[in-house]
Design a protein around this ligand. Structure first.
Ligand code: SAH
Length: 224
């Protein structure tokens, strides 16, 4: 079976399970070549709905988690996005497809931060191979500080589990009407995925589902 067919099967499955419903997110998942983002020894599992190891004790999330987060973020053409936890670069590529689709008249941009330099470098390679290098900027650093230089952002997604007290930069660097999607809770089990909407000075927080992410490690995150 070709990668394209495997990708179609995966997406059909996510639609059947009621995880994916938005046409734009479905198209983005059909388009982004996940096999370009997983390590060579895991390519045969690139289209199974499971997390995969990417080295340095880190993982690329299961596709259903990428799909859910993309839907919650309501990503649209022109959005400026900040991702904390680049990992493989796959989720950043999905965001790129949504905020800067082909022939976009008003393409947005994704800034993504990774604390492991080796992963940041590998993600850059994956992102170029998949053709998203003009839309995604990979930064090596501590994402618990956000990325002040390009703030504010329409959307912020955090792909590592924050302590219950969310780093203040995430809310501060969000635009009015912006959306933050973040897993928070303990370092191991017992995390919840939250969607936070900024309305003026008010933040509306919605609990979505129980999740399990690797910890967010840094100045305003967990210590190593
Ligand atoms: N979104 C990624 C998966 C992320 S795994 C993908 O699509 O592949 C979580 C990542 O967050 C790991 O690579 C981990 O190193 C990184 N991370 C943890 N704490 C961080 C921090 N403070 N700043 C930036 N990256 C961090």
């Amino acid at each position: 079976m070709s990668y394209e067919e495997k990708r179609k099967n995966l997406v059909n499955n996510l639609v059947k399970r009621g995880i994916l419903s938005k046409k734009k997110v479905i198209n983005a998942m059909l388009k982004v070549p996940r096999h370009e983002f997983v390590p060579a020894n895991a390519v045969s599992s690139a289209y199974s709905d499971s997390p995969l190891s990417i080295g340095l004790s880190q993982t690329i999330s299961a596709p259903h988690m990428n799909a859910m987060m993309c839907e919650y973020l309501e990503l649209k053409e022109g959005d400026k996005v900040l991702e904390i936890g680049t990992g493989s670069g796959y989720h950043a590529a999905l965001c790129a497809e949504l905020i800067a689709p082909e022939n976009a008249s008003n393409p947005g941009h994704v800034y993504t931060i990774e604390r492991h330099e080796e992963l940041a470098e590998r993600a850059k390679i994956n992102i170029s191979r998949a053709g998203y290098e003009d839309i995604i900027t990979v930064i090596h650093g501590d994402g618990t500080l956000g990325y002040e230089k390009e703030a504010p952002y329409n959307k912020i997604l955090v792909t590592a589990a924050s302590p219950e007290k969310v780093p203040p930069a995430f809310k501060n660097q969000l635009k009015d009407k912006g959306i933050l999607c973040i897993p928070a809770g303990s370092k191991g089990y017992g995390q919840t995925l939250y969607v936070v909407r900024k309305e003026g000075n008010v933040f509306e927080t919605e609990r979505k589902t129980g999740v399990r992410f690797v910890p967010l490690i840094g100045k305003h995150g967990f210590s190593t």
